[in-house]
Design a protein around this ligand. Structure first.
Ligand SMILES: Cc1cc2nc3c(=O)[nH]c(=O)nc-3n(C[C@H](O)[C@H](O)[C@H](O)COP(=O)(O)OP(=O)(O)OC[C@H]3O[C@@H](n4cnc5c(N)ncnc54)[C@H](O)[C@@H]3O)c2cc1C
Ligand code: FES
Length: 272
């Protein structure tokens, strides 16, 4: 169940030229939020902009009764959000959507591209410590593959490294990690590090731009590995009533905000 509440800003830091980390206090969302779920944020106290903005739960910290968001300023809404100050309150609706379901697999491979890394930290922490997060089975080995345009845009590396030693990075321009796409490192890890252990033992969780998700889905299909993919779509209500975020799937039309944002990769239809 989701609730609407005013959450106090505990911390708000600029971590890169256009990127911010925001910590909000909420006993309810930190207790009930799951990795892959999101909240819908009213970025200003006025009616401009009218629509809330969806942001993923980046870290879920029930003991501190708080949660973190990681966001990039891309337009008016996120620009307004970036001006909100510590101690003030933000109107939030959440937790929303269906998150990742933790699968009983020994090896979890998390693939994040650009801002798609945002929900993967909460997932990595839940996989590492399933008891503390009370979210089902964990994984013996966690691989985190991060893709970004350049070094400045590699996000949350330190936080992922505190969860697992297996953090691999690809940048489009080669300024950090391997030059190329994060899907290239996925193939490399599957073929050169994990095979033949992948089949039946591994699961892929991915979030990022559509092109990356399509590539990950194709690789998962070829390697016969299950994959869960978090989709992004422009949203209005965020609660399944306006039909503004509908996508076609092999099982009919689905609402990204309500049926998703996380879907099994086999269900998805990609446009060429
Ligand atoms: C389920 C979900 C979870 C998300 N989680 C995060 C997150 O953790 N961190 C984060 O930085 N962003 C996240 N986003 C994207 C975020 O919601 C948008 O960047 C934000 O709403 C943009 O608002 P704005 O007013 O600043 O920009 P706008 O002025 O509305 O748009 C600026 C530009 O961003 C593009 N854009 C806006 N919304 C989206 C979207 N949903 N998908 C693709 N492109 C978009 C527009 O096409 C336009 O080019 C998420 C989106 C969804 C659907
Ligand atoms: S945003 Fe309204 S139904 Fe999904």
């Amino acid at each position: 169940m989701s609730i609407q509440e005013k959450c106090r800003i505990l911390d708000h830091q600029q971590i890169a030229p256009q990127h911010f980390k925001l910590t909000l206090v909420s006993k309810y969302i930190s207790a009930h939020g799951l990795p892959g779920q999101f909240i819908n944020v009213k970025v200003s106290d006025s009616y401009d902009p009218l629509l809330r903005r969806p942001l993923s739960l980046h870290r879920i910290m029930p003991e501190e009764e708080s949660f973190e968001l990681l966001y990039e300023v891309v337009g008016k809404g996120t620009e307004l959000l970036s001006k909100r100050t510590v101690g003030s309150e933000i109107d939030v609706l959440g937790p929303l959507g269906s998150g990742f379901s933790l699968e009983q697999k020994e090896i979890a491979v998390l693939v994040g591209g650009g801002m798609g890394v945002a929900p993967l930290l909460a997932l990595a922490e839940a996989l590492k410590d399933p008891v503390a997060s009370s979210q089902g089975p964990g994984a013996k080995a966690i691989y985190v593959l991060l893709g970004a345009r350049n070094r400045a845009r590699v996000l949350a590396e330190k936080e992922f490294r505190s969860v697992t030693e297996q953090v691999l990075i690809a940048t489009d321009d080669g300024s950090y990690g391997k030059k190329g796409f994060v899907s290239d490192i996925l193939i490399d890890v599957l073929e050169n590090t994990l095979e033949p252990r992948t089949q039946n033992l591994a699961v892929i969780y991915a979030c990022g731009p559509d092109l990356m998700l399509k590539a990950v889905t194709d690789i998962a299909f070829q390697k016969k590995i299950p994959a869960q993919v978090s989709m992004e779509q422009r949203m209005a209500c965020g609660i399944g009533t306006c039909l503004g975020c509908v996508i076609g799937t092999k099982n009919g039309y689905k609402k990204v905000c309500d049926d998703g944002p996380v879907f099994n990769s086999e269900e998805l239809i990609w446009q060429d």
